[in-house]
Design a binder for this molecule. Structure first.
Ligand SMILES: Cc1ncc(COP(=O)(O)O)c(C=O)c1O
Length: 444
């Protein structure tokens, strides 16, 4: 249960100063009571010794809970599209990747229920040995056909699809070139692999070229990029990446976690949007965003997938995706293809909300990605605003250090085809009201 929030009330009652001064006082008060600088990475030292000392000295979550600004692990008691019940209270969720509203779609649930009844709750083994069901193979064929790829491997999570693929492809003498804003699973794949990784500045094509040039003598080069970056909502500059890959003889692997179902024809992703599908060597996607479930996949040429299938530890040494999830995703994919109105509604909603934030004075990306970070800067202020939004019926996420650099904290908002105009207006209204109250946006 979220702690009652008394800080605001104290300040409200005792202080009649203008919004920006009141905001400064709140920030100072929060900083006084919460060790922002040391809490995330360097917990205070403890008398406990040894490997577990860090755990006993890690006070940040308790401090934040005590202040009522702890934003994580909120317990969702009920969910219906973009409406959630938390602490027995209904909120509009703008903290969801259920872009096409498929997570609770009745036909998806029915398909999942049928598979559940037929096969049970799990596969009780790895795809490699005893966990490959005909459902997995059917989904792999459907994805390959949808994306016009020779072959696909369905894995248990998107994280594992990245981690497993990269770690088995990047050999000792190879070099990966990875955008600095890439997802953690790409980082992990690179960290486990024997090859070297160079991180180029986010979406900076001059820097990527500089790095490629510097390593032009290396034979095995792999460029890794999210197509849509999960925090900023930026789109990767695939046309230039593909050109550089050709110029310098590199392989390209893309992570379409947030591109699938959002960009391109029928939601095929960013590579399709740029008409570059044939130039991409490996296409990674997840089922945990637009397809509303869990799981991930890699699509590529058969010789490549066949290698990954037999070499990727994160695929081989883990249990297979459960039957209900596989069947639900297969149904969801069919719905995504046959009901383009969902993608159209998502795009309309995205345009509407971005226009609303822009008119209010927030800086937003001029693209059709439904991830809309609202940059606040100060961590204390961000956590505080997030709490006020929660109290006002809006459930959003935050990105604070180390996910983003210190002083670049943001409320990460995202939208779906299931949001109604009324929901979106309510969200904008809350941001307007609270943004003004805290002096984040002007009152004019
Ligand atoms: C860009 C990106 N790649 C990969 C993943 C991992 O996918 P999953 O949650 O399906 O494991 C995510 C999920 O947060 C993501 O945002």
């Amino acid at each position: 249960m979220t702690k009652p929030f008394s800080l605001l009330n104290e300040l409200e009652n005792q202080d009649a100063s203008p919004a920006h001064l009141k905001r400064n006082k709140i920030v100072s008060l929060l900083k006084e009571k919460f060790d922002f600088e040391n809490s995330h990475l360097r917990p205070p030292s403890s008398k406990e010794k040894g490997i577990l000392a860090k755990c006993f000295g890690y006070l940040a979550p308790d401090q934040a809970k005590e202040l009522g600004i702890y934003p994580y692990f909120k317990e969702i008691q009920e969910i219906d599209g973009c409406k959630v019940i938390i602490d027995k209270k209904e909120l509009i969720s703008i903290s969801t990747n259920n872009y096409l509203g498929l997570a609770q779609e009745p036909r998806v649930i029915e398909a999942a229920r049928d598979a559940l009844e037929k096969f049970g709750i799990g596969c009780t083994g790895s795809r490699f040995l005893n966990g490959t069901f005909n459902l997995h193979k059917r989904l792999e064929r459907e994805i390959s056909s949808f994306l016009n790829r020779e072959d696909t491997i369905v894995m248990s999570t998107g994280f594992q699809a990245n981690q497993g693929t990269i770690s088995c492809l990047l050999g000792r003498r190879d070099v990966a070139f990875s955008d600095r804003e890439n997802h953690a699973s790409i980082y992990e794949g690179c960290a486990v692999a024997p090859g070297k990784t160079i991180r180029y500045q986010h979406n900076d094509m001059d820097h990527l070229e500089y790095c490629l040039k510097k390593h032009s003598d290396v034979e095995g080069k792999l460029i890794l990029t999210d197509t849509v970056f999960s925090m900023s909502g930026d789109i990767a500059n695939l046309p230039v990446i593909v050109k550089l890959a050709k110029d310098y003889g590199a392989t390209v692997m893309i992570d379409e976690a947030h591109g699938l179902g959002v960009m391109g024809e029928q939601g095929k992703g960013v590579a399709n949007y740029f008409n570059l599908e044939d130039e991409i060597d490996l296409y990674m996607g997840t089922f945990s965003k637009s397809l509303g479930s869990i799981g991930g996949f890699i699509s590529s040429k058969s010789k490549i997938t066949e290698y990954i299938r037999h070499k990727a530890s994160a695929f081989i040494f883990t249990a297979a995706l459960p039957p209900a999830s596989v069947a639900g995703v297969t149904e969801g994919l069919d719905i995504m293809i046959s009901e383009p109105e969902r993608i159209n509604r998502l795009r309309d909603n995205t345009a509407f909300i971005k226009r609303g934030f822009f008119d209010m004075g927030f800086q937003v990306n001029n693209n059709s990605i439904p991830i809309v970070p609202i940059k606040i800067g100060e961590e204390a202020l961000t956590l505080y605003l997030n709490r006020l939004l929660f109290d006002d019926g809006v459930f959003a996420g935050v990105a604070v250090s180390p996910v983003v650099p210190p002083l670049n904290a943001m409320i990460r908002t995202s939208y779906t085809s299931a949001h109604t105009q009324e929901d979106l207006e309510k969200v904008l209204g809350s941001f307007r009201k609270l943004g003004r109250k805290l002096g984040i946006i002007s009152t004019e």
